[in-house]
Design a protein around this ligand. Structure first.
Ligand code: TRP
Ligand code: SF4
Length: 328
């Protein structure tokens, strides 16, 4: 029996993972594995809340993401890695929580309000999309997680989870702890075009990109927008390429680029080429692990099966408690 605090987090399987996911989430999760009892899962039912018209790629994305996770350092020896839809209890708890969740809580959810306005190519006026945070609450409290490592965009969802847990406890007795969002500091790396790195902006460098793909993407990166010519001094502090240097290059290079850029002694193309090689080197171990798991689909399936069995055990026990507390 572990005395470590339990954390849980998840990702929707919308496509292969990129460096934004790596630095924004995965590396933090991997670092937490020694200090917490960790549950990480792929929220495939959540993918249906927006992609319900065309779900055929979801199962492939689930496998891709698990391989990306493993290659970035999540390991079944330390963490319970599973897939939401394999644990049917999530659907049952979602149903029960939906009975006690006031609709106005969901209607005023900022993520909901934003996405309804911003996403115009999909009809999001569904019950499931409005209920997204209720399913997320079920995911979290099912395992009685104490902490949820997430980005700021997910904080409202953790807040709704706390409110739902509190309401459940109020009606039926103290079953669920109220989880805290765990916000970790992350480097401010951006996509190739300086917007947030995102698959939908087509500006991402993927964990699965080959070295040549990385080289050509790095060359496309927008640098200091004020620096038009090589003879203009640049400002590394506002340059996304330099952010990558700080993460991947050696100290001497970081130092040299900083001063050479400010004095216009180095051009952006040369600077990018140097960064690309450090980045490729840094991603080397991830690429190696990726290749290892790609060659062993049976091993990946075993990881799904084992992780889901571990998750199912806890989910089963929680649901017994839930059914008893509502007298069913
Ligand atoms: N909503 C999260 C996201 O889009 C994914 C998610 C689903 C999640 N269930 C969760 C995250 C439970 C943390 C805990 O990123
Ligand atoms: Fe950015 Fe490097 Fe160009 Fe300076 S030289 S603006 S750090 S890419």
């Amino acid at each position: 029996m572990t005395t470590q605090k339990r954390i849980l987090s998840g990702m929707r399987p919308t496509g292969p993972l990129h460096l934004g996911n790596l630095h924004g989430a995965l590396l933090n999760w991997a670092n937490m594995q020694d200090d917490y009892d960790c549950f990480f899962f792929i929220a495939d039912w959540h993918a249906l809340t927006s992609d319900y018209e065309d779900p055929k790629n979801v199962p492939d994305h689930v496998k891709t993401i698990m391989i990306d996770w493993l290659s970035a350092g999540l390991t079944p020896e330390k963490s319970t890695l599973f897939v939401q839809s394999r644990i049917k209890e999530h659907a049952e708890l979602f149903l029960i929580l939906s009975m006690i969740t006031p609709v106005p809580w969901l209607e005023r959810n900022p993520t909901y309000k934003d996405q309804i306005v911003q996403i115009n190519n999909k009809d999001l006026s569904t019950f499931g999309f409005l209920g997204y945070p209720v399913l997320q609450a079920a995911d979290i409290i099912m395992y009685k997680a104490n902490g949820v490592p997430v980005g700021v965009d997910q904080v409202p969802h953790v807040e709704i989870t706390r409110e739902i847990a509190r309401r459940f406890n109020h009606f039926y007795g103290n079953v669920f702890p109220e989880p805290d969002a765990i916000l970790t500091r992350t480097p401010k790396i951006l996509g190739l075009d300086r917007r947030k790195m995102s698959k939908s902006y087509n500006n991402a460098i993927y964990l699965s990109d080959t070295p040549d793909a990385v080289r050509s993407k790095v060359l496309q990166m927008v640098t200091d927008p004020q620096r038009a010519r090589k003879s203009d001094p640049g400002n590394p502090d506002v340059c996304n390429v330099y952010e990558f240097h700080k993460l991947y290059s050696d100290d001497e290079t970081i130092f040299t680029i900083d001063s050479a850029c400010r004095k216009a002694e180095i051009g952006c193309v040369e600077c990018k080429k140097m960064m690309a090689e450090f980045l490729i080197k840094g991603l080397g171990p991830i690429h190696e692990k990726r290749a290892y798991y790609l060659e062993r689909p049976d091993l990946v399936e075993d990881i799904f099966v084992d992780g889901s069995a571990r998750a199912a055990e806890i989910a089963g026990a929680t649901m017994e408690e839930v059914r008893a507390s509502i007298s069913f």
